[in-house]
Structures are given as C-alpha cells and as structure tokens.
Design a protein around this ligand. Structure first.
Ligand code: PLP
Length: 475
C-alpha cells in the first residue's frame, strides 16, 4: 500500500471523531451539529492535502499522536468560531470617553438594573395603574426633569438620532438657521449639514467661520424659518478674533419671531465640571435656563451612561417629537431604559457621583494618585521589557474625548516604552510591541507618539489585571 492510501485509511470517520474523548465535552457544551460540521471540513482539507501528496501531512498522519492532534485542532476551530469578536480591552489611550473603545463604562447600579429587566417581562410600555398600554419614556421622564429642570423628556438611540428627530419634527421643509462656526463634523459621518438634509430641512448658514452676530440671525429669519439652532462646537475651538451670539439673545429673537430655538449640546453634562477641577462645560440645566426650547445630548459621553440620545425641553414640543413616526424607529429598548434611568438617578446624590459613576471617577482622578500607580507598575514593565524597550514614567495629558473640552487636557502620568532595536528597525519594533499588547487575552490599548508606546494610566481601574496581562507578554 502506498503512503497516500495508508494516510486515507488513517483518517478517522466522522462518527469516530464525534465519539472521541477530546470532542465529547465540546458537543455537550456547544452542540452536535457545529462540531460535526467542523470535523467534516477538517477531513475534507486533509483529503485534499493527501491527494496533493503534502509531505508534512503524510508524515504527521504516520505519527502515533495524529488522531489526538486532529481532534484538538477541530476543538480549537470550533471554539474559535464560537468566540465573540467583541471583547473587553484595557483603555490606556488617555482618552476617557473613547468612541472606538465603546465610550462610558457603566456604574454597577446600572448593570444590575439591566440584568434584572433583561431576564424578565417588564412594564416597559404598560401602565400598571390603568392596566393598559403605557409610555416607555415615563420610566425616565421624572428623574431627568427633576435634575435638569425641563418640562418633559424623551429618549432615543443616540444623540445623532435625537438631532435628526428634533429637526424632522420641528423644521421639516423649513429653514434652520445656524452659525457657520457651528457646522460641526463629529466623526463617523455625523455632519450637521448632512443631518439637516436627511431630516428634510434647509440649512441656512449665517455669519462667518469666526464671527456671527445677532444681526446675522435677524437678517436670516423669514416666513419659512422653522428653527434657530445652536450646536456645541464640541471637538474644536475657534480662537482669536471671534464672536458668537449668546443663548439668551438667540432665545429672545426666536420668541419674537415665533420659531423654536434648539441647542445640541453633544456631551451634555448634568453637573458642573468645575467640581472636579475641570473647566466649565455648559450643563443641560444652564442651557434650558438660558432659553433653549429643546436641548439634545448623549447618554454615553459625559453623562457616563449607556448609548442613548436624550431630548429635553418644552412639554408641547416633546409631545410633538414623540408623535413623529420616526420616533418608533429610533426608540430604545428596556435594557437601555433601565441603565439610563439608574445612571440619571445617581446624579440625585452629587456627593457620591465620583465614587459611583466610573467616567466621573476617571475624570476626577488626581495626578498624585496616577503617579503612585505608575511608580508601582514601572519596575514590572522594566523587568518584563528589559530586552525590548527603555521604560520610564513621563508627564502626559489625557483628554475627555468624544467632543468634550477639546483643548483642555487633564494632567496625567504615563508608562512610556521606547523600543531598543538595531538602527533602522525601531519603528518595526515599536509596531510589534504595540501589537503584542493588543494580542493579549485582554488587549491593552495605548497610543504611539514620538517613537514610543505610551500607556496613560488615568483610566486603568484594575491594576492586578494589567499585571496578569504583562506576565503573559513575550519577552
Ligand atoms: C457627539 C455629538 C453628537 C452625536 O452624538 P452620538 O451620541 O454620538 O450620536 C451630536 N452633536 C454633538 C455636538 C456631539 O458632540
């Protein structure tokens, strides 16, 4: 018998493979069909290679351990195809609200609330008093209104949806007047002019990039004006010879003209960030007090909650917004509702906010605290990377991210890793180092700057977890 026919004979049948000690527990765990399918594919692959006369495989099949190796390969493939590609990572980028890393991490209270409603039927849209259909927004309306002073509130999938819904409801086929300096692009294709178009509104840009005056708004208003809009320039700042018109002035003008004044705050904080030693950001309450009829903001930026878009303001306007058929397409589910309601309630106890809302705890962390953490980690990084990089602690600046306070960076400390490599190979070595950290079971994500890999420690919450990961790194 030649080696090829021997090899064919040595391959297990599908049934025999399914009976193997290695695969039986996996069948209990994942299911018969999925394992069977992978066995079939693997056998087909092996047969093709045998026909080709693949030396390596023919040799492997001849060895005693071949069957066991084959079953282990099947098991690995099955597990890989069932593992989620969405995994937790360690955010060491220095950007606290990082959109690509999933923004805010939720408070424990919110996670508990989500778990409770996820597993059970709820009164999401059922009025227990009246015994008939209810309104899902009522689970959140009272607490948001209590904290912001708004008359009414409604919640949608994210703030982009909130802006779209507000425009489409209140200014469909009408002019929306906005300052040229506020035609924001948020990233990920959210651009104010495009959103206006999608909402069926006509954008009327006024003023210049750096200066817009009250008279520009006045001149733009005509019988087709539906809305005056202000968008928080959340990811950039125009400095120097500038002028913008205050909310109070725009509000008064809107009232006189009988049109709506909407302010898109973006990050929309509910507390004065001054409390945490940060520069002031306009709060939702202030913006309403200054006369905005409607304010929109995100649930997962400075609020520190789940992805959501929150719309607050005048009762009759919110009622109109809730009647828009688009609202049905943009509404949130019971899990988001539970999380958001729980996070908003935490704001009613301002003293404990930084202990309970992870995002605010990251923002409020002192440089001293971060430095002590860096001092503890430095020797471990040094030892592990002694053949690969020079490691030091350096001052750095974290940023809030997602368009809050773009220019005001938070002082922080970083572990800085500068690869040691032969001339001309440092960049390759740097990329490899960053990649090795990304390939850890719990990937650690930093940023690359000036020939070094930088781990800003502001958002590191579990020190021992990072230590475990470093131990797994290649030397
Ligand atoms: C972030 C932001 C948005 C979009 O909010 P998402 O929650 O990301 O949909 C809209 N407007 C402004 C001013 C923003 O900063």
């Amino acid at each position: 018998m030649n080696s090829q026919s021997k090899a064919f004979k040595a391959l297990p049948s599908v049934d025999r493979a399914l009976q193997s000690e290695v695969l039986r527990p996996l069948i209990d765990d994942i299911g018969h069909e999925a394992v069977k399918e992978v066995i079939r594919l693997k056998l087909e692959e092996a047969r093709t290679l045998i026909i080709k006369g693949d030396e390596a495989l023919l040799e492997a099949i001849a060895s005693d351990s071949y069957l066991n190796d084959f079953y282990c390969e099947v098991a690995n493939d099955v597990r890989a195809s069932f593992s989620s590609s969405l995994v937790p990572v360690i955010n060491l980028t220095g950007t606290v609200v990082h959109t690509n890393l999933g923004r805010a991490q939720l408070p424990e209270e919110a996670i508990a609330a989500m778990t409770t409603v996820a597993a059970q039927a709820t009164n999401l849209e059922f009025d227990l008093e009246a015994g008939k259909r209810g309104d899902r927004d009522l689970h959140i309306d009272a607490s948001i209104c209590q904290i912001t002073g708004a008359e009414a509130a409604t919640v949608v999938n994210n703030n982009a949806a909130a802006v779209l819904l507000v425009l489409n409801t209140l200014a469909f086929r009408k002019d929306v007047v906005i300052s040229r300096g506020e035609l924001v692009e948020i990233g990920g294709a959210f651009r104010i002019p495009d959103v206006m178009k999608s909402a069926g509104c006509t954008l009327v840009e006024i003023g210049t990039t750096n200066r817009t005056h009250l008279k520009d708004y006045e001149a733009a208003i005509n019988s087709n004006t539906g809305m005056l809009m202000k968008v928080h320039t959340s990811n950039y700042e125009i400095r120097g010879f500038t002028n913008s018109v205050s909310e109070e002035q725009i509000s008064q003008l809107a009232q006189e003209a009988g049109v709506t004044f909407v302010s898109d705050l973006g990050s929309g904080t509910l507390v004065d960030l001054n409390k945490f030693g940060l520069p002031h950001e306009p709060t939702v309450t202030e913006t309403l007090e200054k006369g905005a009829d409607i304010v929109t903001f995100s649930g997962d930026k400075l609020l520190g909650g789940p992805q959501a878009g929150i719309i607050v303001g005048k009762r009759e306007l919110i009622a109109a917004i809730k009647k828009n058929p688009l609202k049905r397409a943009l509404r949130v589910d019971k899990i988001t509702m539970a999380a958001l309601s729980s996070v908003v309630n935490l704001y009613r106890d301002p003293q404990r906010l930084t202990q309970r809302v992870p995002l605010l705890s990251d923002l409020a962390k002192s440089v001293q605290e971060i430095k002590e953490l860096a001092d503890r980690l430095l020797p471990i990084f040094k030892e592990k990377l002694k053949n690969r990089a020079e490691v030091s602690i350096e001052d750095c600046k974290s940023q809030i991210g997602s368009g809050a306070l773009p220019l005001d960076l938070l002082a922080s400390k970083a572990i800085v890793m500068k690869p040691i490599a032969e001339k001309g190979h440092t960049d390759a070595e740097l990329q490899k180092l960053a990649m090795d950290f990304r390939k850890l079971p719990k990937p650690a994500i930093g940023r690359i700057h000036d020939g070094s890999l930088i781990f800003d420690l502001r958002c590191l919450r579990d020190e021992s977890e990072l230590l475990d990961q470093i131990n797994l790194l290649n030397n």
